[in-house]
Design a protein around this ligand. Structure first.
Ligand SMILES: NC(=O)c1ccc[n+]([C@@H]2O[C@H](COP(=O)([O-])OP(=O)(O)OC[C@H]3O[C@@H](n4cnc5c(N)ncnc54)[C@H](O)[C@@H]3O)[C@@H](O)[C@H]2O)c1
Length: 450
């Protein structure tokens, strides 16, 4: 991403699964635009004062590559996003060399429909080899693998879906891992042991960019004001590749589970109502999300709040992906491993234990930045800021506490033969999802920072 004259001493890889998609293309284009000073880093939380001097890799240090199952060149993808109004006019020609450089680093992903020639283990080995080759050729200090591929249906049974094969490949290649999608990825129950023993930090799932972002603000408001939410219904209209993927009811169900979790976590109860996702191809990357909230006030007086969110999905997602790549790479550098619950601010369905409301999640993130600033062993020993459980349903951030080192770190490669370690099969890698408002850490300390 950087030119030779401005090349930082150490460079960090960002390996995007779904590298030719809308979000990935906006990430690459946006990083180049901000690095070149063509645009301000609007929407990038890591470019705000609390994150100064905490050792994050500069944007100019990021080198992009990835996997995809389609072969549309990245510059062409960027032109399509420009025509759709997602990228500003003139940008793709101004950053043509950066787009071309990232395009050269995209390798064929899999499995493609009808491809039965490679076993899951062969696919994983090939993905890991591609990532290792990328790291070696660019002499990268480390790399973070970020899943921004199409949403998959929730897996049934023990077979690993493609997102999980990529997650295993990331661990095998010694990379930290971020799942920006609702797909299983490292969250698959079969990978619980692999995640726990990898010695690598990971974060997810499903970027919180619009409707759920609002829910994580409004849910605590209702709870803190002791207003009783009777029903919370939502509808999303969107197009683009994401809209097409989510037209599959099983993929939409995976997405909606995260949207509904935030209500249960912040209200302490699951209100009546469902979320619909409708594919409207002509909307492209522009989403309209409508929420209708029926609630009771004093003496049972019935009231309604309606919200309408009209956003450009990729423009909302890309700065978060850049933030997550930088934060996760820095966490890896300081020796942190395991679920990065401090990054719950960014996700609908966060790993580990953390507060569910956005304000507390932000405080938790800023405290994390402070620990990253300390770096090295101090960050490892400090452990995560343990969420002590909500005082009320809306939750409150506990003080940064020490979970202490729990278990040994092992940087060994992760194989598909790794089996679950007694974690809850329904909840995947963390195995400690409370059903009501989110509680304190589990007695067994699973998922605590190692
Ligand atoms: N944009 C947002 O606000 C937002 C928020 C949260 C989550 N997400 C998630 O981010 C993901 C990407 O969204 P998008 O709008 O870029 O979608 P998109 O359809 O434009 O891009 C997805 C890309 O993934 C690729 N892909 C599909 N299967 C693959 C595989 N097996 N291996 C490698 N690549 C594969 C596709 O070819 C495509 O290029 C989706 O899962 C979406 O749900 C987006």
């Amino acid at each position: 991403m950087s030119t030779s004259s401005s090349r930082p001493r150490t460079r960090v890889g960002v390996w995007l699964i779904g590298a030719r998609g809308s979000v990935a293309t906006t990430v690459v284009a946006g990083c180049a635009a901000v690095t070149a000073g063509l645009h301000r880093p609007t929407g990038m939380v890591t470019e705000t004062p609390p994150f100064t001097d905490c050792g994050l890799p500069p944007l100019s240090a990021l080198v992009f590559g990835g996997h995809d199952t389609v072969d549309c060149p990245l510059p062409k993808r960027a032109e399509a996003l420009t025509a759709a109004g997602v990228l500003p006019y003139g940008l793709s020609s101004a950053i043509a060399s950066e787009l071309a450089a990232a395009d050269r680093e995209i390798r064929p992903g899999g499995p493609v429909p009808g491809d039965t020639t490679r076993t899951p283990d062969q696919l994983t080995a090939a993905f890991a080899a591609d990532i290792q080759d990328f790291v070696r050729r660019h002499d990268l200090t480390r790399a973070v693998v970020v899943n921004v591929a199409s949403t998959e249906p929730a897996p049934t049974g023990t077979a690993l879906p493609p997102s999980s094969l990529y997650a295993v490949a990331a661990l095998r290649a010694g990379c930290s891992y971020v799942n920006f999608t609702p797909s299983a990825g490292l969250h698959h129950p079969e990978l619980a042991h692999a995640a726990a023993t990898s010695g690598l930090p990971y974060a997810g799932r499903d970027g919180k960019t619009g409707q759920t972002l609002l829910r994580s603000v409004l849910g605590p408001m209702f709870a803190q004001r002791a207003l009783e939410v009777r029903a919370w219904s939502g509808t999303n209209l969107l197009g683009g590749g994401d809209g097409a993927s989510l037209a599959d009811p099983s993929a939409a169900a995976a997405k909606n589970a995260g949207k509904e979790r935030v209500l249960a976590d912040t209200l302490g109860t699951t209100p009546e109502g469902v979320v619909h996702i409708d594919d409207v191809p002509s909307l492209g990357d522009w989403k309209t999300a409508w929420d209708h909230i029926a609630f009771d006030g004093f003496l049972g007086t019935r009231m309604i709040l309606q919200t309408t969110w009209q956003g450009c999905d990729s423009a909302l997602a890309a700065p978060l992906v850049l933030d997550l790549a930088r934060l996760t790479a820095r966490a890896h550098e300081t020796g942190l491993s395991g679920p990065l619950s401090e990054l719950g601010f960014y996700f609908k369905d966060p790993v580990g234990d953390g507060p569910p409301g956005l304000a507390e999640q932000y405080a938790y993130l800023v405290a994390f930045a402070g620990r990253l600033r300390g770096g090295g062993e101090s960050a490892v020993l400090a452990g995560p800021a343990v969420f002590a459980g909500p005082a009320g349903a809306a939750g409150a951030a506990g003080p940064a506490g020490s979970a202490g080192p729990a278990g040994k770190r092992s940087a060994g490669p992760t194989g598909l033969s790794d089996k679950g370690s007694g974690r809850d099969a329904d909840t995947g890698t963390e195995g400690r999802r409370p059903s009501g408002p989110r509680g304190g850490p589990p007695a067994d300390g699973k998922g605590e920072r190692r």
